[in-house]
Structures are given as structure tokens and as C-alpha cells.
Write a protein that binds this ligand. Sequence first.
Ligand code: C2E
Ligand code: CA
Ligand code: CA
Ligand code: CA
Length: 276
Amino acid sequence: AKTAGRNTYRLFDPKMQACISERAALDADLRLALSEQQLRLYFQKQVSHDGHTVGAEVLLRWQHPQRGLVLPDQFIPLAEDSGQIVAIGAWLLLEACQQLKLWQSDPQHSTLTLAVNVSAGQFRQSDFVEQVKHALQTTGAHADHLKLELTESTALDNVDDTISKMNALKTLGVRFAIDDFGTGQSSLSYLTQLPLDQIKIDQSFVRHIGRRPQDTLIVQTIIGMAHNLGMEVIAEGVETQAQCDFLVKHDCLLFQGYLFGRPVPLEDFNLNAADK
Ligand code: C2E
Ligand code: CA
Ligand code: CA
Ligand code: CA
């Protein structure tokens, strides 16, 4: 290694080595997370312009015995790489449908839609449709209030396969949203082929509303496009009243963000007040 050039030397950078061991340690711990029941469902409300909570997005958290609450950006990519995402995703679908069933049996919550993130590795499984059916059947949840969120890259990885899976689930009543819209390099014409119900405007655009003209324009364009395609549009990462006002003015009437509530465990999920 001593004679190697600068680039090779970096492989032995102690910082990077520490980073790799850290990843390996987290990966090993993650193998226990499911069986030890350390994964938690958090819920972030989705609201309409008239102030009603129309649903929630499920966001995963890992209650690690030593590290405390670990955020998904730190373990979902790891789970994708190791393939553990398949088991985690199947478990998550069951848990989410179980919660949906509870809501559907309770008049106060019966109209809520529950949005669940689907990862690429999970969606790619040949039995993905069966997995969703299984979760719906074993819990007795109605499909029409289940919404699956796919990112552009997941959805466009194999368009024909995506369309056939989506159609199979749509006949059951399951709804679909495209997540982080506008951040991918995908061609718009591909996206319009998908039987989508909703577009989620990525928070990176929402953040700059009124500040960066190009992002403001992108937001307006996405809203217009969604409406022209007959799709719902929701903005994520809404943090300020000014952002909200702009969105309403441009006819985006659904929101998710800290302005209305943070992701919280079920016991703190409150339909009327902001979840702080
Ligand atoms: P995402 O699906 O785009 O989820 C939105 C993220 O934005 C969440 O981060 C949420 O907590 C955060 N957020 C919501 N409102 C605001 C706001 O007003 N301001 C700011 N700054 N952030 C806001 P979180 O929970 O850390 O999740 C990060 C990502 O991890 C998610 O992005 C999603 O891609 C992935 N993820 C989370 N849960 C799951 C899951 O159950 N399955 C899969 N496959 N991926 C998940
Ligand atoms: Ca999402
Ligand atoms: Ca998103
Ligand atoms: Ca995101």
C-alpha cells in the first residue's frame, strides 16, 4: 500500500475505515431489529386546505437499544443493500394495514388514508402484489384507504413491470403516489404512463418557495401538470404559513409538513391539534 498512489492510499484512511465498521455494526444490529421488535411506526398527518386531516404517512423509526432513535436515512439504504428491506417491508405492510383496519372500525378515523413508502427492493419482488393482498386480507383493511408511495427511480426501473403491478393492485382499490417528485432525472412522458393517483412535490422545492424563482416555477409547473393529468397533488415539507399560502393560491390543496405536525408515534397522533 505504501507504494500506491494517493487514490489507493485513501482506502486505508482511518476515518473511512471507521465509517465502514460503523456500517457493518449497524447492519448486524439491524438483523435483530425485527425479531427484537425495535422498529416503530411513526405517523405524520396530511391535511387539506380547510384544516381537515385527511390521512397520514407512515415513517419508520428504529429504537436502537444503545443508539436511541435511528432515522430511516441511516438504516433504509443499509437494508436495501443487504436485502433486509424485503422482510422489513413485508412486516411494515402488515403493521400499516393493521392500523388502517383499526381506523376503519372507528368513526372518528374511518376516512383517513394511510400512505406507506415502498422501497425499490421490495417493489421489485415478483410477489409484491401478493404481499400487499396478504396484508389486506389478514388484517381486513379496505384497500381504498391504502396509498403506496413509489419514488420515480423505483417506478421507472422497469416500466412494464411497474404498470402491471400497479394495475393489479388498483383493481383492488389501492392508490398510488409518486414520491419526491421532480428530483429524479426521469422523463415526464414515462411518468404519465403510470396509473398514478397523486404526485408529491418534493420538499426541496417547497423549501425555496418565494425565495428561488426557479423552484417557485417548478412548484407551479408540477401543480399544473398534476391537474392536467387528473391527479391529486400534495406538497411535502411545508413548514411556513407563507409556503402554505402560496400553494393554496396555486391550487395545491393538500399538505404535509412541520407546520401541521411532525411524525409522531400513534399515541401522540391527534387529529385536531398540531402534533408537536
Ligand atoms: P420521504 O418519504 O420523502 O419522507 C418525508 C421525510 O421528510 C420524512 O423524513 C419526514 O420526517 C420529513 N419531513 C416531513 N415534514 C417535514 C418538514 O416540514 N420539514 C422537513 N425538513 N422535513 C420534513 P424521515 O422520516 O427521516 O424519512 C426519510 C426518508 O426515509 C423518507 O423520505 C423515505 O424515503 C424513507 N423512509 C421512511 N420510512 C420509510 C419506510 O417505512 N419504508 C421505506 N422504504 N422508506 C422509508
Ligand atoms: Ca414518502
Ligand atoms: Ca417524499
Ligand atoms: Ca425524500
